[in-house]
Design a protein around this ligand. Structure first.
Ligand code: ATP
Length: 286
């Protein structure tokens, strides 16, 4: 499948929010991906899928400017990737705040609103209104004044998402943001991120093990496995033929009631060769 393609339903006129050409990443002798050509358009929602260790988080680290490409080029909003770019919002893989963190929920979200203006914190009405709106959007208004360390993992995660959305970024990078959320909040957060893409033109890169909670929002999938990848719409990528070819072994992709289950995925794939068979992982668990 061709790697560089225009996402369906996304306007072609605008310059890409993310552009990779001939990109590769390797740690020592191990290549995670190679020859990656990919444009992500403003407003596009890209899901990044793959087994443990396939390089999903590393892909985000490259976009964040934390890990250099081995070869090829990367532009974020037309500029070379760099640490601390205001064009990027980032929801990291979840870590708990220590219980004694001296920050209330609304202060954490507020850092996303004015965190870049060191020393000039004009916390007036507009600031408070924006923080209140963000808290309401992620369903966190009721615990706005609670210290973050006292909150549950799911509650903390909703705050991180609000913080990442605060500057209205050009590109939103999410690393497994639904992990500790219950089903209701998984749906709410997925819809919020989907809205951010479509209404505000934010390009979303969403790393996940489980495509079902975000399926209705996803434009394209980047699927990584054993040093190889494939890119396309969920309908193009999530098929028995395509994933069996990618994994180099037979996996079965089942579609039922709008959900997708991948059955028979190898536990680990190293450099294109399945290591252990027959593992099974369901992507369709409710
Ligand atoms: N700095 C590093 N140096 C060497 N190897 C690394 C480094 N960072 C990651 N790796 C290796 O690269 C591979 C991909 O790691 P990465 O965290 O990107 O995978 P992932 O797909 O996000 O995995 P998971 O689903 O388990 O979070 C792993 O085998 C990991 O051990």
């Amino acid at each position: 499948m061709s790697a560089t393609s225009t996402p369906p339903g996304v306007a072609v006129a605008s310059a890409p929010a993310v552009s990779l050409r001939g990109a590769s990443l390797a740690y020592g002798p191990r290549t995670l991906w190679d020859g990656l050509d990919l444009d992500i358009a403003p407003g596009e929602f890209l899901a990044v899928l793959g087994a443990n260790g396939s390089g999903k988080t590393s892909f985000l680290k490259v976009l964040l400017g934390l890990v250099p490409l081995g070869a090829g080029t990367l532009a974020i909003d037309g500029e070379p990737a760099r640490r601390g770019s205001r064009a990027i919002g980032y929801v990291p893989q979840q870590k708990h705040f220590p219980p004694d963190t001296p920050l209330r929920a609304r202060d954490l979200v507020g850092l996303g609103v004015d965190g870049h203006k060191w020393g000039i914190r004009l916390r007036g009405r507009a600031y408070r209104k924006r923080v209140d709106a963000l808290l309401a959007e992620v369903g966190a208004a009721s615990y706005a004044k609670i210290p973050v360390g006292m909150l549950s993992g799911g509650e903390q995660q909703r705050l991180r998402i609000a913080q990442a959305l605060a500057p209205n970024p050009k590109v939103l990078l999410c690393d497994e943001p639904l992990l500790s959320l219950d089903l209701h909040h998984q749906r709410a957060v997925s819809a919020l991120v989907g809205r951010q893409a479509k209404r505000n033109g934010t390009a979303v890169v969403f790393v996940t093990h489980e495509i079902n909670p975000i399926l209705e929002h996803v434009d394209r999938v980047l699927y990584l496995a054993g040093g190889r990848f494939t890119i396309g719409t969920p309908g193009e990528v999530m098929t028995t033929e395509v994933l069996s070819r990618l994994y180099g072994t037979h996996v079965e992709v089942l579609h039922s009631h709008g959900r997708i289950a991948v059955v028979g995925m190898p536990d680990r794939v190293l450099d294109g060769h399945p290591e252990e068979l027959p593992g099974a992982e369901l992507q369709g668990q409710p």
